[in-house]
Design a protein around this ligand. Structure first.
Ligand SMILES: NC(=O)c1ccc[n+]([C@@H]2O[C@H](COP(=O)([O-])OP(=O)(O)OC[C@H]3O[C@@H](n4cnc5c(N)ncnc54)[C@H](OP(=O)(O)O)[C@@H]3O)[C@@H](O)[C@H]2O)c1
Length: 256
């Protein structure tokens, strides 16, 4: 694959696996997160031409520096993956102001800063792909305890769709893609604000290798949306057909 790909949150989980799978295909990688040793270990395993940039996705200036470092090293960016994100374990009744702010910062502003950093470069070429890693919870009320995370990912989907529509008119060469994983066996659960269940032990968790293949696929064949697990897409279709019936079924499934 002859593409320069920037990945945020590449030090672990889905972002690290994406680096490995794209590296195996020969992509040039720009790997970013806050933990340098972990990033360097991923870069070494990716076995491809790569650049490591320590950056916090929730700091706008860091995303601008990430873009500049990528352009300086490779001369262009073809794909920018906004993958950094964080969950929460808190019911709506218990949410604090800070919970909401952290979820919006870590899941919406982080991606927005990435989008706004790379967009001028993509517009100047009328080419490029933005991939936002969202969640099945951006469409489905399957996990009430993820509350503000689910809301933030809904917001990310909405911003992505607005951007896609805008660019269709002005810069049709740029693709905006939303990928919606189901539960994936990473450290996401234990990294959630407030702790909570380990995603690796949840029933139906998809392996990180399988989930990541869907992201590689949308980079090889750019399109608007993808689910990493076909069961999520089927659930979304059922949900929009009959919201009340779906919620009743989910509530019964999880009733204690
Ligand atoms: N696993 C799931 O079940 C699941 C399901 C649906 C959607 N997703 C989404 O998939 C994406 C990746 O999740 P994951 O499962 O791989 O989670 P993870 O195992 O917790 O990994 C998160 C990655 O993001 C980085 N990160 C977190 N905050 C950051 C920040 N402020 N700036 C830069 N990097 C940051 C972390 O690295 P550092 O700590 O080194 O910065 C780490 O590399 C997230 O957007 C998540 O919402 C996950």
């Amino acid at each position: 694959m002859d593409k320069v790909v920037v990945i945020t949150g590449a030090s672990g989980g889905i972002g690290a696996e994406l680096a490995l799978q794209l590296g195996a295909k020969g992509a040039k990688l720009v790997l970013s997160a806050r933990r340098k040793p972990e990033l360097e270990a991923v870069a070494a395993r990716a076995g491809s031409e790569s650049l490591v940039v320590v950056a916090d996705a929730t700091v706008r200036g860091d995303m601008e520096k990430l873009r500049d470092a990528a352009l300086q090293r490779f001369g262009r960016i073809d794909v920018w993956v906004n993958n950094a994100g964080r969950g929460i374990t808190r019911s709506v009744a218990e949410l604090t102001d800070e919970d909401i702010d952290v979820m919006m910062r870590d899941n919406v502003k982080s991606a927005l800063y990435g989008i706004q950093a790379v967009l001028p470069h993509f517009k100047s070429r009328n080419a490029g792909q933005i991939v936002n890693i969202s969640s099945g919870l951006a469409r489905l009320p399957l996990a009430a305890f993820r509350s503000a995370y689910s809301a933030a990912k809904h917001a990310l989907n909405a911003l992505s769709a607005c951007l896609r529509l805008e660019l269709k008119q002005s810069h049709p060469g740029i693709t905006v893609t939303v990928v919606m994983p189901g539960v994936v066996a990473t450290e996401f659960g234990i990294n959630a604000l407030g702790g909570g269940p380990d995603s690796r032990t949840l029933p139906g968790a998809q392996s990180v290798e399988d989930a990541t293949k869907a992201i590689v696929d949308v980079i090889e064949s750019p399109r608007a949306e993808a689910y990493t697990n076909p069961a999520t897409k089927a659930d979304v279709e059922r949900y929009y057909r009959d919201v009340e019936a779906f919620e009743t079924e989910v509530a019964a499934r999880f009733r204690r």
